[in-house]
Design a protein around this ligand. Structure first.
Ligand code: SP5
Ligand code: ZN
Length: 343
């Protein structure tokens, strides 16, 4: 399987995030991609190529223009306002406040943030652009006839909504790739999100559409981030009714329960009639992940990779979360090797 990778992910290198009331070193760190790349090499998964540059037009197909402009300029504005540290939001347009975009950057950042934990740094925009290019390069390879590809994206993307960043995500790589497939002539795309967290951003972007089917297995929002989306009564709206399926699962979920949900999701993808599959590949379902609570073991990743291959669709794997850094390479590449075994 072909891997797409860019060194530019290093430009997102936040110092701290707010976790359980303390500023702690960011869980989402450059070393994650280094360890995955190392495993791709040692397992001889296949060729590793650099991405092409697609500019911002494909991003504007799924994200708000004002939001993309904010991402491009936030660091400069944050520094110009006299700050000499990473940028964090601290005030939001919550219930009964107005959703009007303030002029001051301290306000604007709250308008566009969905959570407080993610630091914006001097390199966030550059890293986010490169992550989009990695996903789109994989998408183009599949559109040109490859059966699969691994977009080693970093920073991740599935929490990034139409006009919001957060959850370590800035632009929604998987959603941009899905739109890329449609723009290249595919009529039905499925996105299967196996990250531990609900893919709220991807759901948000496609919620009223029937050309992208979105399904996600994740820790129930009653207990887990992002807390305010991801229940099973969210099935899509308007033309999108029936094209969104969530599997909220209890903390402590073991592989047998998780895999049963995955097989149900796979059945629904087949029923929908998807022509192409995108996997939002988070491996924070691992039992030893430091911020998650599912119980998958490393061999389970191989098992479900094999099942994904059995769906028989051209498949683009887009890297999302996973914070047990030492094992992230084994777990992510196990999925890809399982997929190849299942062909
Ligand atoms: C892409 C991705 O995986 N983003 C995850 C962002 C999670 N950020 C908030 C984490 C909150 C962790 N809470 C720990 C207690 C769990 N019971
Ligand atoms: Zn996650």
């Amino acid at each position: 399987m072909l891997t797409i990778y860019s060194e530019d992910h290093r430009h997102q290198d936040g110092k701290n995030e707010l976790h359980n009331g303390k500023m702690v070193p960011c869980f989402e760190m450059p070393k994650r991609a280094d360890i995955i790349l190392e495993r791709v090499k040692t397992t001889n998964l296949g060729a590793i190529i650099a991405p092409d540059d697609f500019g911002i037009d494909p991003i504007l197909r799924v994200h708000d223009k004002g939001f993309v402009e904010f991402m491009a300029t936030v660091w400069e504005e944050w520094c110009a306002a006299g700050n000499d540290c990473e940028a964090f939001a601290n005030t939001w347009p919550t219930r009964r406040l107005r959703e009007r975009i303030p002029i001051a950057i301290e306000g604007k950042i709250g308008y566009y943030a969905l959570a407080i934990e993610t630091p914006i740094t001097s390199g966030s925009y550059k890293a986010a652009l490169s992550s989009v290019n990695v996903a789109l390069t994989g998408q183009k390879k599949i559109a040109a006839g490859a059966h699969s590809a691994f977009a080693l994206c970093r920073p991740p993307g599935h929490h990034a909504a139409f006009d919001q960043y957060g959850g370590y995500c800035f632009f929604n790589n998987a959603a941009i790739a899905a739109q890329g497939f449609l723009d290249d002539g595919v009529s039905k795309v499925a996105i299967l999100d196996v990250d531990f967290h609900h893919g709220n951003g991807t759901q948000d972007i496609f919620y009223e559409r029937n050309d992208v089917f979105f399904t996600s297995l994740h820790g129930s929002p009653d207990y887990e981030f992002p807390y305010f989306l991801g229940w099973d009564d969210e099935t899509g709206r308007g033309a999108g009714e029936g094209c969104n399926i969530n599997y909220p699962l209890m903390p402590g979920t073991t592989f047998d329960i998780w895999f049963e949900a995955l097989r149900d999701a796979g059945k629904r993808i087949k029923e929908y009639g998807a022509e192409v599959l995108i996997i939002s590949l988070g491996v924070d379902t691992f039992a030893h992940d430091p911020i998650s609570s599912f119980k998958l073991q490393s061999p389970d990743f191989t098992t479900y990779g094999k099942y994904i291959a059995e769906l028989g669709l051209p498949t683009l794997f887009v890297m999302e979360g996973g914070y047990a850094v030492e094992e992230i390479g084994i777990n992510a590449v196990n999925v890809l090797q399982g997929f190849e075994e299942g062909l």
